[in-house]
Design a protein around this ligand. Structure first.
Ligand code: NAD
Length: 317
């Protein structure tokens, strides 16, 4: 099967591309390298360096394709508050153009990168796919809008679609061509920031007075390779005329202090850290209920926080 990977020069999309190729899929990558990196695209893939906002380019990228893994997005929460227009354009309009071109060309299978940010402040833990969706920033709202768009496309036009709501993706993938890892700029994710902390630039821990056992926030982390395994299962599981929404996490959580402890055991020295005030809008605990992923995708995460930290550490050296 030939698959279009949108955003295939990014952290998660480049990992998906490499693993799909290893498993015998054909892959076309569409990416404008605005936050991704051309050198991360596996040389075996057909690479179209262009924007998802250009319908003619999207049409070209869909040639001969049977399914799409749609990773393209802007995904910085803070930037989405100050420049929401970028998020409505790339995330929502880009997805609209993709769906339109898929419909025109008869490409009927889609797996979309949704996010835990669609839920906002949780009323219950763990978060299920039926939990309230009340995003607290334009990034989460734009992803929720795309989820609605995909549901209506499936109902009206028979698309087979699955949205995967990722919690915190971490870790790195050692491909035959070298490590594929997080190269975000700015980097807002905890594990790379822990591993890059130094005496000159210590890690900031945002609050140690949360209602958790050690006072720091708890998040659910999933290894990027487990995440891609779930995408490949989703490609097979998607049913015509149906849009399933499925959480992807580990189903458990780690506090910021626990992630730091895991990192210290990988790097063999203390992580320099300062305590900063809480950030507005940060929930104390975010943990996914992953029972739907287990039952529909016949999938389970297999890599723990230590693997996520040590793979990232190795990929940085
Ligand atoms: N990393 C996480 O923890 C996480 C969590 C939840 C959801 N997600 C979602 O997963 C997806 C991938 O995230 P990532 O961490 O790999 O981000 P990333 O920024 O590394 O990858 C996104 C890719 O999309 C490309 N892109 C952006 N605008 C484009 C455009 N107009 N046309 C073509 N390409 C364009 C970028 O160049 C980049 O390569 C995103 O949709 C993100 O919202 C990520």
């Amino acid at each position: 099967m030939k698959v279009l990977v949108t955003g295939g020069a990014g952290y998660i999309g480049s990992t998906a591309t490499s693993i799909l190729l290893d498993r015998g899929y054909g892959v076309t990558v569409l990416d404008d390298c605005s936050t991704g990196h051309a050198e991360s695209v596996d040389a075996r893939a057909t690479f179209i360096n262009g924007s998802i906002l250009d319908a003619a380019t999207v049409r070209k990228a869909l040639a001969g394709v049977e399914a799409v893994l749609h990773f393209t997005a802007k995904s910085l929460v803070g930037e989405s508050v100050t420049k929401p227009e970028i998020y409505w354009n790339t995330n929502v309009n880009g997805s609209r153009i993709l769906l339109e071109e898929m419909r025109t060309l008869g490409v009927k299978r889609l797996v979309f990168s949704s996010t835990a940010a669609t839920y906002g402040e949780p009323k219950e833990i763990p978060i299920t796919e039926n939990s309230q969706t009340k995003p607290t920033n334009p990034y989460g709202a734009s992803k929720l809008a795309v989820d609605y768009m995909i549901t209506s496309e499936a109902v009206a036009h028979g698309l087979a679609a699955i949205s995967l709501r990722y919690f915190n993706v971490a870790g790195a993938h050692k491909s035959a061509r070298g490590w594929l890892t997080e190269k975000h700029d700015p980097e807002t994710h905890l594990i790379p920031n822990i591993l890059r902390a130094s005496a000159e630039k210590p890690l900031k821990i945002f609050g140690t007075d949360w209602p958790t056992a050690d006072g720091t926030c708890i998040r659910d982390y999933i290894h990027v390779v487990d995440l891609i395994d779930a995408h490949i299962a989703a490609l097979d599981a998607a049913q015509p005329g149906t849009h399933e929404i499925i959480n992807l996490g580990s189903g458990g959580g780690y506090s910021v202090k626990e992630v730091i402890a895991a990192a210290q055991s990988s790097v063999g020295h203390a992580i320099p850290a300062d305590i900063a005030p809480r950030r507005a809008g940060d929930p104390a605990v975010l943990i996914a209920d992953i029972s739907k992923a287990k039952s529909i995708l016949k999938w389970e995460p297999t890599r723990d926080i230590q693997a996520m930290v040590s793979d990232t550490w190795e990929s940085f050296h």
